[in-house]
Each structure stands twice: as structure tokens, then as C-alpha cells.
Design a protein. Structure first.
Length: 151
């Protein structure tokens, strides 16, 4: 499964297919993301960065067991208010465990790598959504979905 962190830039610069060099049965490379909404914005985290997703029933018990989990209140950072009663928490791995409270049920989806773009540095420094490193645009059913991908 590919990892988003050190994705070479050239993978995102040319998305035009070359029908002369492609084979008809070419397997499309994808990345699996846990996707959730905060307000009207969709965020995704690569499965390789997910430790676990804890539902509301087990939330208090799980956090007591893992008292070292740092809470990342992205809803407060983006909208100025915290989620009062989160329905789940996405536990992310890294240097330390971090939990993101969410109020929607997360979804596992696969996104083709050619639908992912790196966000420009100007966007990352001048926009609250600059917490994301990449953006993906995909279709689910009849609706278009824009996903901000967190590292």
C-alpha cells in the first residue's frame, strides 16, 4: 500500500495517459483513506497512519487505557467551536498517538493516485485548510467529493 508522505512530485505532474504505452489490463495504483467530515469539509488520512477508530461506546474506556493520546481538536481550529459529543475518534500514529474527535461515521475509500494533488505552499500558509498536504477529487455515486488529506 503506497504511503503519501514521501510521494515524488512527478507522480502528480502528468495525469495525461499515453494510450500507446499503456496495457489494457493495467492495474491502477490506489491509496486507502479513512474519510470523515468536519462541518462541510471532508478529510482523509492514509490507512498507513491510522492506529484505530474508536466509536462513542468505547471512547471513554479507550482514552483511559491510553492516557497518553494527544487530542487534536481540528473542528475548533477550523470553526472556533469543539464537537460537544463526538461519535468517534480517529487515532493517528506518528511520533506519538493523537486522537481527532469526529461527529460523523468515517468511511474507508480507495482513491487512485492520479486523482491526488499536492497543495501549493501558498495555500498551506494562508488558509485554515492548509493543515492538509494533499487534495483528492473523486466521485462517490453521483456526487463529487473533495478530500483534504492530512499527513
Amino acid at each position: 500500500m503506497p504511503d503519501l508522505s514521501p510521494i515524488p512530485f512527478f507522480m502528480f505532474t502528468n495525469t495525461i495517459s499515453n494510450k500507446w504505452t499503456e496495457t489494457p489490463n493495467k492495474i491502477e495504483e490506489t491509496i486507502k483513506l479513512i474519510v470523515f467530515n468536519l462541518g462541510e469539509v471532508s478529510f482523509g488520512i492514509p490507512m498507513t497512519k491510522i492506529d484505530r477508530v474508536v466509536n462513542k461506546t468505547n471512547l471513554d474506556r479507550d482514552l483511559k487505557i491510553n492516557a497518553g493520546i494527544e487530542i487534536l481538536d481540528l473542528h475548533h481550529r477550523l470553526f472556533g467551536t469543539s464537537i460537544v459529543n463526538p461519535t468517534a475518534m480517529v487515532i493517528v500514529t506518528g511520533d506519538r498517538l493523537a486522537g481527532i474527535p469526529i461527529d460523523t461515521t468515517p468511511t474507508l475509500i480507495s482513491i487512485p493516485l492520479d486523482q491526488i494533488r499536492i497543495l501549493p505552499p501558498e495555500f498551506r500558509t494562508n488558509n485554515p485548510l492548509g493543515i492538509a498536504s494533499h487534495i483528492a477529487m473523486t466521485s462517490i455515486g453521483n456526487s463529487e467529493l473533495t478530500i483534504f488529506i492530512l499527513e
